[in-house]
Write a protein that binds this ligand. Structure first.
Ligand code: EPZ
Length: 421
């Protein structure tokens, strides 16, 4: 197993370039299955979730060519395997997108239940509700979901989600693309990666409107043709670097971002005392590392993202005063990292959905364990601020979603290295 070793105390200065959005890439790559031709996708992050997904697609017969600097070409003309390799599927959560893509293109799918970060129970009942509304017969076993046409066949329909779900919104958009008739998704999620997926599919000939609002309309088409597309920058990776500079101090230009996607995050960091300057496709952050306490409530987009909960918590831990952090999406997400931060001297009291964080001037280095992707990123930020050597183990979680983290942090002046056991 590998770990990061971080010697804290350095401020962060310079420029960091943000990679393509993980949560857009893990939707757009399976969506290529809908295309009867070649797709050329740019700005694909080189992270383990993407590498696993490309292995799954290749195993299904997709011809994949990876070019340097994040370009991936996928040819899905000749695939017939609608049962993706279960050993690979159970390694990541987003593999459930294969269900919607295969149902739409081939009218059937047998996909193992997904894996991924286990910071909360992560049901897929809304995904399956959508597939049933589109006329699919859904058979669930302990380990699999089997989809096939129901007695009236597959066709567009109205789907009203009981929960604002990113995954269900994306899966139903994919499932509806090639079905006859029109589908309307109500109470849809509005995240930027949903808009990115819709833009990708529309580039290939789909007819999707309303992505980014709570009502998405999909008019089914006969087939999709190949084309070129570039994935949006990763708002959470960008937010993670912004939080790192806010907590450790420094002056960094974060480039290749869409400031509009970041406004909830930058507003909060500014409230805490960081100086934020927005440019067209970059954000500069300046901080002396002395932050004020604040209150954060996570919400689906455009609210403060739950995927930034752990990172902003570290900013609160080193801020002056009592901060409150309330989680509205995954109530148990705190337990992935709060106990580890307490080993570093943090004072966090979790009562129900809210963490009361009493700021400490300094954290102390410790040996800590990453229990999920964003928890691991938060522990890296904590290590940057702590006096001494912090060792973060189980960093395979972090490498699921952060491209070249050690290289990017080192370029900013962090003292961090990856050590293989
Ligand atoms: C996506 O997960 C992201 N993952 C998560 O990012 C992110 O935290 C989450 O959206 C919320 O923004 C990917 O995009 C691969 P949801 P997803 O369906 O789609 C409940 C990261 O760190 N729900 O929007 O699984 C669910 O329990 C990862 O990059 C149902 O009840 O999230 C949760 O409480 C972690 N039934 C809420 O909805 C369902 O069928 C939101 O979940 C689906 C979800």
């Amino acid at each position: 197993m590998a770990r990061y070793e971080i010697i804290g105390g350095n401020q962060l200065n310079g420029t960091v370039t943000i990679s393509g959005a993980k949560n857009a890439a893990v939707a757009i790559l399976p969506a290529a299955l809908l295309v009867n031709g070649k797709c050329r996708v740019e700005n694909v992050p080189d992270i383990s979730d993407v590498r696993i997904l490309l292995s799954i697609l290749e195993d299904m017969g997709v011809v994949i060519q990876r070019e340097p600097n994040g370009v991936v070409e996928l040819d899905c003309t000749n695939i017939r395997n609608t049962n993706p390799n279960p050993e690979l599927v159970c390694k990541m959560r987003a593999s459930y997108y294969l269900m919607g893509a295969l149902l739409s293109r081939f009218g059937k799918a047998s996909v193992a239940l997904p894996g991924g970060c286990s910071f909360a129970s992560r049901p897929i009942d809304q995904h399956l509700k959508g597939f049933r509304a589109l006329g699919a017969k859904v058979t669930e076993t302990e380990e699999y979901v089997h989809l096939e046409p129901g007695e009236n066949g597959l066709q567009g329909n109205r789907v009203s989600l009981d929960v604002v779900s990113v995954g269900a919104t994306i899966n139903i958009i994919m499932a509806a693309c090639l079905l006859p008739g029109q589908t309307i998704i109500e109470n849809a999620a509005k995240e930027p990666h949903i808009v990115d997926l819709a833009n990708f599919l529309n580039t290939m000939g789909a007819r999707i409107s309303g992505a980014g609002t709570d009502t998405v309309k999909i008019r089914g088409v006969e087939s999709l043709q190949g084309g070129n597309y570039a994935i949006i920058p990763d708002q959470i990776e960008a937010g993670t670097y912004l939080a790192a500079v806010a907590a450790a101090g420094g002056n960094v230009l974060v480039q290749n971002v869409i400031p509009k996607h970041m406004s909830c995050i930058t507003t909060k960091l500014a409230e805490m005392g960081a100086k934020i300057i927005n440019y067209d496709d970059a954000i500069r952050i300046q901080s002396d590392g002395k932050l004020h306490c604040t209150t954060v409530k996570t919400r689906p987009y455009p609210g403060f993202p739950t995927d930034m909960q752990a990172q902003i918590c570290v900013c609160m831990v080193v801020a002056e005063g009592l901060s409150k952090l309330t989680e509205s999406v995954y109530e148990t997400r705190f337990f992935g990292y709060c106990s580890e931060l307490e080993r570093m001297g943090a004072h966090i009291e979790v009562i129900g959905k809210t963490a009361n964080v009493t700021g400490r001037p300094k954290l102390r280095a410790a040996d800590v364990v990453a229990r999920d992707l964003r928890a691991g990123a938060a522990l890296v930020i904590a290590g940057l601020t702590a006096e001494g050597v912090t060792r973060v183990s189980d960093i395979h979680y972090v490498e699921r979603g952060y491209e070249r983290l050690v290289e990017k942090m080192t370029a900013l002046g962090a003292n961090i290295r990856k050590v293989e056991d």
